[in-house]
Design a protein around this ligand. Structure first.
Ligand code: ADP
Ligand code: MG
Length: 226
């Protein structure tokens, strides 16, 4: 009987991973789809898209690889990364969706002197997930503001939106796997974000006001510059 319960747990975990994988493949697919739509326009310039699309295809590949290796403990590759550089990538990765939805994105107070030890791919996954949530939470012509600053030993990244906000009763649930208020959501985004940020020794906080907006604050310990 114990064996059966173990098998059931295994299947459940597999199901969760499969749903997580599908969720993560949607973001890059949306970018490639955006590229294809853009490429139909007469004045389309392919040059700036090459690196982006290549990176997205690579990201989908590494997600698949991670899925296939799921039995092994998840090895993160930590490098000393300029947080500013990470956010520049995030800006490119989220631009298409933002334009498509008619929203505005503002990047402010960029401190170029902040470096953190991070797995860049995973941190991009976190930030793209959270910006996508912000973009999806706004009905019309919203603004997402991304702010980078320093607080004692931490790099602080704030993602602020002017969206519908989160109900008080939902605030403690949003990080739970499969909690979603969206018809097509998996509810895995924030639980994956939480896990990754914790693996980086960081924290995520959230503040929200209904009909006014939400701010997610990510803190990551600063790494020593070699
Ligand atoms: P999903 O996006 O698939 O629903 P997430 O784990 O990313 O899953 O988010 C869980 C839920 O948290 C969302 O369905 C939404 O209700 C809420 N949420 C997350 N980010 C925001 C935000 N910026 N504004 C309002 N609600 C949010
Ligand atoms: Mg999400």
């Amino acid at each position: 009987r114990d064996e059966m319960r173990f098998e059931n747990e295994k299947m459940k975990l597999l199901g969760e991973l499969a749903a997580g994988l599908a969720h993560e493949i949607r973001n890059p697919l949306a970018i490639i789809q955006g590229f294809l739509q853009h490429s139909k326009t007469r004045s389309f310039n392919i040059e700036p898209w090459y690196e982006l699309i290549y990176g997205e295809v690579e990201r989908m590949n590494s997600l698949t690889v991670e899925f296939l290796q799921f039995a092994k403990p998840n090895p993160s590759a930590f490098d000393l990364i300029q947080v500013h550089h990470c956010l520049e990538k995030v800006r490119l990765l989220t631009e298409t969706k933002s334009i498509h939805l008619g929203h505005r994105m503002i990047y402010t107070e960029f401190n170029e002197n902040l470096f953190c030890r991070m797995d860049l791919d995973k941190m991009l996954q976190v930030l793209v997930n959270m910006i996508n949530n912000a973009l999806e939470a706004m009905d019309n012509k919203g603004t997402v503001t991304v702010k980078l600053s320093k607080d004692t030993q931490d790099a602080v990244i704030e993602i602020q939106d002017t969206g519908r906000g989160i109900h008080d009763k939902d605030l403690q649930d949003i990080f739970h796997p499969f909690f979603t208020t969206k018809t097509n959501g998996t509810g895995l985004g924030l639980s994956i974000c939480q896990k990754i940020v914790q693996d980086h020794g960081g924290t995520i906080q959230v503040k929200s006001k209904l009909q006014q907006g939400t701010t997610f604050t990510i803190r990551l310990p600063l790494g020593d510059v070699a």
